[in-house]
Design a protein around this ligand. Structure first.
Ligand SMILES: C[S@@+](CC[C@H](N)C(=O)[O-])C[C@H]1O[C@@H](n2cnc3c(N)ncnc32)[C@H](O)[C@@H]1O
Length: 246
């Protein structure tokens, strides 16, 4: 190989290395990498949790939905969803936490709360009663659910006790029906005030947002609202570690 070509190759690989270093030092890439590393160092074992459920019933549910074309039928195969939710639990450090009271908005089949319950937390899901499969999974997991539809500008019902955590993953209660238009800042701010009123001192709120049609997760206005209310905003991850700043 000619000397010039070697020099060029060297410059090219040097650039690749510095790009990698730069990527690693970018906060978002760094945080994601750190979470991945943490998860792979220690994974909360699921087998002891699965030993508590009726495996025969789980198989029956899975088989019944195997050929279903419904979008939600994918949740009938529970293991991948439990693995995903184990990551959610670990990313929030709830596997290393003393027992907390956790409310999960739009809890779906209850995968996240099932893991938390097995880790000693006290859990309650909140969801509409639209998808029978979710009801079957919640029953299988013995996760309690409050049937309730979150509507813009309407406070949640009285839950009887203060909460340490309020979570919501793959959020879509912020869609108007049937237009599928998304909530604006006023709707979100109403919900944030309402949720804060339900938190115990030191309580935390976490939202995992669904992507918008343009691939982003929030408009600049909603991002600014979350930030001004004290959230840490990392793409789809909105975390009010110290509750909502009012
Ligand atoms: C994409 S699923 C996510 C389920 C679960 N959080 C998960 O990540 O596996 C969204 C959930 O939000 C619920 N949901 C949608 N609109 C809602 C509303 N207005 N009030 C309460 N739950 C709602 C749906 O029924 C569904 O269970």
């Amino acid at each position: 190989m000619a000397t010039g070509a070697i020099a060029l190759q060297f410059v090219d690989s040097e650039m690749k290395i510095s790009r990698k270093i730069l990527k690693f030092t970018e906060p978002l890439t760094y945080r994601r990498g750190w979470r991945r590393a943490q998860r792979s160092l220690f994974r909360v074992p699921l087998a002891p949790m699965l030993a508590h459920i009726d495996r025969e019933r789980a198989r029956e549910i899975q088989q019944r939905y195997m050929n279903s074309t419904a979008g939600y039928a994918k949740y009938a195969n529970i293991e991948p969803w439990l693995q995903l939710n184990r990551e959610r639990v670990q990313d929030l450090n709830l596997h290393r936490s003393s027992p907390k009271r956790v409310l999960d908005l739009g809890c779906g089949g209850g995968f996240f709360l099932f893991i938390l319950k097995n880790l000693g937390h006290s859990v309650l899901g909140l969801d509409v009663e639209r998808v029978p499969l979710f009801g079957e999974l919640l029953e299988l997991f013995e996760v309690p659910r409050l049937v309730y539809r979150i509507n813009a500008f309407e406070p949640l019902p009285d839950l009887g006790e203060k909460l340490d955590w309020i979570t919501a993953f793959s959020v879509n209660f912020n869609l108007y029906h049937p237009s599928k238009e998304r909530w604006g800042t006023a709707e979100w701010d109403f919900l944030l005030h309402d949720l804060q009123a339900r938190l115990a001192p030191g309580g935390k709120i976490f939202f995992g947002l669904n992507p918008l049609y343009n691939g982003g997760y929030h408009t600049p206005e909603i991002r600014d609202l979350f930030l001004s209310r004290g959230a840490d905003v990392e793409r789809e991850r909105i975390f009010f570690e110290n509750g909502v700043r009012l």
